[in-house]
Design a protein around this ligand. Structure first.
Ligand code: MN
Length: 253
C-alpha cells in the first residue's frame, strides 16, 4: 500500500489508540493496512463486532469475510475504475444499474468486484445481533401479499439458496413491475444489473459458512434468519418503492 497522507494520518491515529485500546485497535490497524480503500470506494466497517452474530455466524468467518473477501472486492473495484474517472465518480450501485455502459476491458472485473462490493455492503447492514423473529413494518404485509405468509416466503428463499449450484446469492427483490420476488444469482451478480432492487440477500458462497457449518448449507440458511435485521430490510423496501415511484413519474413526463 502506498503510504499517502490520509493513510499516514489513520496509521498515526491507530497507533495512539493501540496503546489505549489493546487488541481492538490492533484489529483496526490491520484493516487500515489493507482494506482496499485506496480509491473512490471504501470498505465500510462492520456495524457491530466480529463476534456479535455468534452463535449463528462465527467470529472467524466474519473476520475473513469482511477483512479479506469484502476488502478484496473493494480493492479490485478501485483498481478497475482507476482509468475511468466517469465511473469513479458514480456510486457502485449506479455503475451496476448501468452495467451495459461499463467499458469492455473492465466489464468482467466490475461485474464480479462491483457486485461483490455492493452485495456485501448490503449483507452487513441487513444483519444484526438484535435481529431475527418475524418481519415488521410494511415489508411484513408486502411479504404476506406476495407469498401468502412469512413461512412460505422463507421456504422459497431457502430453496433458492440451497439450489444455487456453486457460489452465489439468494435474493428478495422488487422487480421492474414493483412486485416482490425471490431469485438467485450466480457468483457476485447483482439484481441491479437486471433492473431489480435487492431488498435482502443471503450469501451462499462457501466462504460465508464453511468454517462453522462445513457442507451443511441448508443448516446455515435456516440459522441465518436468527440475525436478519427486519428494520433495515423494511428501510430498503421503502426506499426501493419510493425510487420506483420516482422512476415512473420521470417515465410518464
Ligand atoms: Mn461473501
Amino acid at each position: 500500500m502506498v503510504l499517502n497522507r490520509r493513510n499516514f494520518l489513520l496509521l498515526s491515529g491507530a497507533s495512539i489508540s493501540t496503546i489505549a485500546l489493546g487488541t481492538f485497535a490492533k484489529t483496526s490497524l490491520a484493516q487500515v493496512l489493507d482494506d482496499g480503500s485506496d480509491g473512490p470506494f471504501e470498505l465500510p466497517p462492520l456495524p457491530y463486532d466480529y463476534n456479535a452474530l455468534e452463535p449463528y455466524i462465527d467470529e472467524e468467518t466474519m473476520r475473513f469475510h469482511h477483512d479479506k473477501h469484502h476488502a478484496g472486492y473493494t480493492k479490485n473495484l478501485n483498481k478497475a475504475v482507476s482509468a475511468y474517472p466517469e465511473l469513479a465518480s458514480k456510486s457502485a450501485e449506479d455503475i451496476l444499474r448501468d452495467f451495459a455502459n461499463v467499458p469492455e476491458d473492465i466489464a468482467t472485473t466490475v461485474r464480479n468486484n462491483g457486485g461483490g462490493y455492493v452485495n456485501h455492503k448490503m449483507f452487513w447492514e441487513i444483519m444484526s445481533p438484535d435481529g431475527g423473529g418475524e418481519p415488521t413494518g410494511e415489508i411484513a404485509s408486502a411479504i404476506n401479499d406476495a407469498f401468502g405468509s412469512f413461512e412460505a416466503f422463507k421456504e422459497e428463499f431457502n430453496t433458492s439458496g440451497s439450489q444455487q449450484f456453486g457460489s452465489g446469492w439468494a435474493w428478495l427483490v422488487l422487480d421492474g413491475n414493483n412486485q416482490l420476488q425471490v431469485m438467485g444469482t450466480a457468483n457476485q451478480d447483482s439484481p441491479l444489473m437486471n433492473g431489480m432492487s435487492p431488498i435482502m440477500g443471503n450469501d451462499v458462497w462457501e466462504h460465508a459458512y464453511y468454517l462453522k457449518y462445513r457442507n451443511a448449507r441448508g443448516e446455515y440458511l435456516n440459522q441465518w434468519w436468527n440475525v436478519i435485521n427486519w428494520d433495515e430490510v423494511n428501510n430498503r423496501y421503502q426506499q426501493a418503492i419510493s425510487e420506483a415511484g420516482t422512476q415512473s413519474v420521470i417515465a410518464s413526463t
